[in-house]
Design a protein around this ligand. Structure first.
Ligand code: GGG
Length: 370
């Protein structure tokens, strides 16, 4: 990051340049990322924020050329950046576990991005598939543990190709890992004056989930002002559909959080809008911002993907970098476009292109001069 001041009529305004790594990745990632970059450039210009983008062509195509999802020193290349802006990862021809474990997961783990923050908010102009649910009714955050849990390399395959073939997969829950994500979640709930709900399954999963619950209760006793509830994941999923108004912050393990947030995206209209932030709360390493959706090979290359999930992820990146007013402008512009309803991609029942939606968001940004 470089910073300075610009003399302007009537005063001085700070200006700052952020060094950002851009990984469009695969499929529609290559379409929604440039669209979102244009929005960020436009809002940045009004707030004295500039971006020095460095693009990386890592992903499944890179894999087919090189046998790797990123170079051997890829993580070292990413380390100096202020943040990472990622599109989507995965494409037919490369097994999903290869693409995920070759790129996204090493970034999340090496850079200690142990919080995956996923807002679930029904925006104006969007019709929820749930009866009687209006914008303003659903507005909560899921904190997905992002570095351990069910996503683990511990296990193996035995007796391959025989009738005794066996697959074993171990989940890994450490006190260090569970405490830190729960502490973050309690602080988040406290900052919103809200409650914290925990996703568990300690009736069926007899070791890790009772441990998860114990740590949740210990942390709860250290945050007596934050009301808490514990739900088995099956009941919690049902409650997302039956009564989503009741939630404020939900903390969940890696797999549970991933599944819950696809459901959360569905109840607020489209996974095409859902954003996420992979946060390293200490700031020691770069955080990474990506939409919840994947690479959508079925629509890739047609210019019809919804860029709003990527744009909203960009707003979360602005917020993380300290530009709360710019982030709020992006959200307000998105809300205006959605509320107006005339420029929408197919997932929201419209016919607009990715670029047209980005243009509409840019046009809806407040006219600011830094
Ligand atoms: N933009 C997110 C993306 O491409 N995700 C690919 C994926 O499969 N993610 C799995 C996960 O986050 O657990």
């Amino acid at each position: 990051m470089t910073a300075g001041t610009t003399g302007l009529t009537g005063g001085t305004t700070a200006h700052v340049t952020h060094r950002l790594a851009v990984l469009p990745g695969d499929g529609i990632g290559r379409e929604v990322v440039p669209a979102a970059q244009r929005v960020l450039e436009a809002v940045g210009a009004g707030h004295g924020v500039a971006f020095d983008w460095t693009g990386f062509d890592w992903g499944c195509e890179y894999y087919t050329r090189t046998g790797r999802m990123m170079p051997v020193d890829g993580l070292d290349q990413l380390r100096p950046f202020d943040a990472i802006f990622l599109g989507a990862v995965g494409y037919p021809g490369v097994p999903d576990h290869v693409s995920l474990w070759g790129l996204l997961i090493p970034i999340r783990r090496t850079f200690q991005q142990y919080v995956n923050l996923r807002p679930i908010r029904l925006l104006p102009g969007i019709e929820s598939p749930l009866r009687g649910v209006e914008p303003g009714d659903v507005d909560f955050l899921v904190v997905r543990e992002n570095n351990e849990g069910e996503y683990s390399e511990v296990g193996g395959r035995h007796y391959r190709g025989t009738p005794q073939e066996t697959a074993v997969q171990e989940a890994v829950f450490t006190r260090f890992g569970v405490e830190r994500v729960m502490r973050y979640s309690f602080e988040l709930a406290r900052s919103r004056g809200g409650r914290l709900d925990s996703a568990t399954k300690s009736n069926g999963i007899v070791h890790t989930m009772p441990f998860w619950d114990e740590v949740f209760r210990e942390l709860g006793s250290q945050h007596p002002d934050v009301p808490t509830r514990e739900y088995h994941i099956d009941a919690l999923a049902a409650m997302f559909v039956l009564d989503p108004r009741r939630f404020d912050v939900v903390v969940a393990s890696n797999l549970f959080g991933d599944v819950l947030t696809d459901l959360g995206a569905a109840i607020v209209g489209s996974i095409g809008i859902a954003p996420s932030a992979n946060l390293n709360p200490s700031g020691e390493y770069p955080s990474m911002f990506e939409p919840v959706h994947g690479s959508a090979p079925d629509i890739a290359g047609r210019g019809i993907a919804n860029p709003l999930g990527q744009i909203w992820s960009g707003a979360m990146m602005l917020d993380h970098l300290g530009h709360t007013a710019a982030a709020a402008d992006v959200l307000a512009a998105m809300e205006q476009v959605l509320g107006d309803g005339s420029v929408r991609t197919a997932d929201l029942g419209g016919t607009a292109t990715t670029e047209a939606v980005a243009d509409a968001v840019i046009d809806a940004l407040p006219d600011r001069h830094p």
